[in-house]
Ligand binder design. Structure first.
Ligand SMILES: [Zn+2]
Length: 300
């Protein structure tokens, strides 16, 4: 078995936190291809709504425990009437409703982390998809959902451009990564994130990926108010570089769509450094680097 943080680990972690901190609100944004619930956790009850998400990409599963650790630390400080850096946890709690979807792609994560039975059909089907792409290691190079659709190329924001770029690179059918799907929002998990966003009024979104220690904040020529400033603050507290998205990755992502449709700050953070999947040994550094971002995302 590979090492990693599985869907089962996530569910256990969520249930444990709920027992300790009953003020957390739990729910689901929808279902995966394999019919599993995609959980969200809400902390805080303020007017301002903020959305953090992780593990859109299977082999970037380390982002899920990072977000869970933040919820745990925030809840702990709230219970103690303590602080998140210099900010009162209770003041944040009363001003902001934070929604967190730590694992957008549980089926894909379990393919990579060993959470899926290797003799079952879902695993075998993924193996068949991967055979067409022999240069991508299996399962460690897998980013897509279990059907071979890249969930961060599923959003209606330049999806046709993304399709053109990725098809030209040879990703013209289900693949371990970079297949845009047969249309925007055909993947259940992407549609669930989309609908969840429509049901809320998020002022700011952060979506966690690995790796590169970079912060992406732009989509095309959109320049939401405060977006660059907040990005600079994120960069300052994390040491991560505020960067331009490479052209070939600049379409059809969740943050692209959010910026396009809402004209509000949306960020993709490429946490950590190295080759995906990043080992659990990086968890501590990633969490330390990103704690300030996760706090500022609530108060800025
Ligand atoms: Zn990613």
């Amino acid at each position: 078995m590979e090492e990693g943080y599985t869907y089962n680990d996530l569910i256990n972690n969520i249930n444990r936190l709920k027992t300790t901190y009953p003020f957390l609100e739990l729910g689901s944004i929808g279902y995966t291809v394999l019919g599993r619930k995609i959980p969200y956790i809400r902390i805080g009850n303020g007017q301002k709504e903020v959305f953090y998400s992780g593990a859109f990409h299977a082999n970037e599963w380390i982002t899920a425990p990072v977000l869970m650790q933040f919820i745990e630390d925030y809840a702990g400080q709230y219970a103690l009437n303590g602080y998140l850096n210099q900010f009162s946890a209770r003041e944040i709690f009363n001003a902001v409703s934070l929604y967190v979807v730590p694992m957008v792609n549980p089926d894909g994560v379990d393919l990579v982390t060993g959470g899926l039975n290797t003799v079952g059909n879902p695993y075998k089907n993924a193996q068949i998809i991967a055979k067409n792409f022999p240069n991508i290691p299996f399962p460690n190079g897998w980013k897509a959902n279990i059907d071979g659709v890249d969930l961060n190329l599923q959003f209606p924001a330049g999806w046709q451009q993304a399709r053109q770029i990725k098809y030209a690179q040879g990703f013209d059918r289900p693949a371990p990564r970079d297949f845009v799907g047969d249309g925007p929002l055909v993947a259940r998990e992407a549609l669930a994130v989309y609908n969840f966003t429509l049901q809320h009024n998020f002022r700011l979104v952060i979506t966690y990926h690995t790796q590169g220690k970079e912060i992406y904040w732009k989509f095309q020529n959109y320049n939401p108010i405060m977006s660059e400033f907040i990005g600079q603050q994120f960069s300052r507290v994390s040491g991560y570089r505020l960067a331009e998205v490479p052209y070939n990755s600049s379409f059809a992502g969740f943050k692209d769509w959010f910026i396009q449709d809402y004209n509000r700050p949306g960020y993709t953070i490429e946490a950590g450094i190295g080759q995906n999947p990043l080992p659990m040994q990086q968890f501590g550094d990633i969490y330390t680097d990103n704690f300030g971002i996760l706090v500022l995302g609530l108060v800025l």
